[in-house]
Design a protein around this ligand. Structure first.
Ligand SMILES: N[C@@H](CCC(=O)N[C@@H](CS)C(=O)NCC(=O)O)C(=O)O
Length: 91
């Protein structure tokens, strides 16, 4: 637990932009679930954008990067799928 009582989820990070409505929906879900996920703004950082394209295959946001315990990395696109995944894991 962190100081503001939320769950820190180090193996997850969200590639997003501040202007994308779909990203806002996912950020709101993260907030509602009381979890903390590192955010990477691909509009503000070309290296983060490149990471997303190289890892996930396209520059679409939002995308949740999930580092599995066995070392595999999953790149999950689609805001509804991301919200469903987070809700199933953290509710
Ligand atoms: N169906 C997707 C739509 C996401 C979407 O359209 N994202 C836009 C930004 S608002 C985007 O990344 N467009 C660039 C691209 O698809 O390459 C979702 O719900 O996540």
């Amino acid at each position: 637990m962190t100081s503001n009582n939320s769950v820190a989820t180090g193996e997850l990070s969200l590639y997003h932009t501040t202007t994308c409505w779909f990203c806002g929906k996912v950020r709101q879900a993260i907030c509602d679930l009381g979890i903390e996920i590192e955010l990477h703004d691909i509009a503000a950082s070309s290296s983060r954008r490149q990471e997303l394209v190289e890892g996930g295959g396209k520059a679409q946001v939002p995308c949740l990067r999930i580092a599995q315990p066995d070392g595999r990395v999953e790149w999950r696109y689609e805001s509804a799928d991301i919200c469903r995944y987070l809700s199933a894991r953290f509710t």
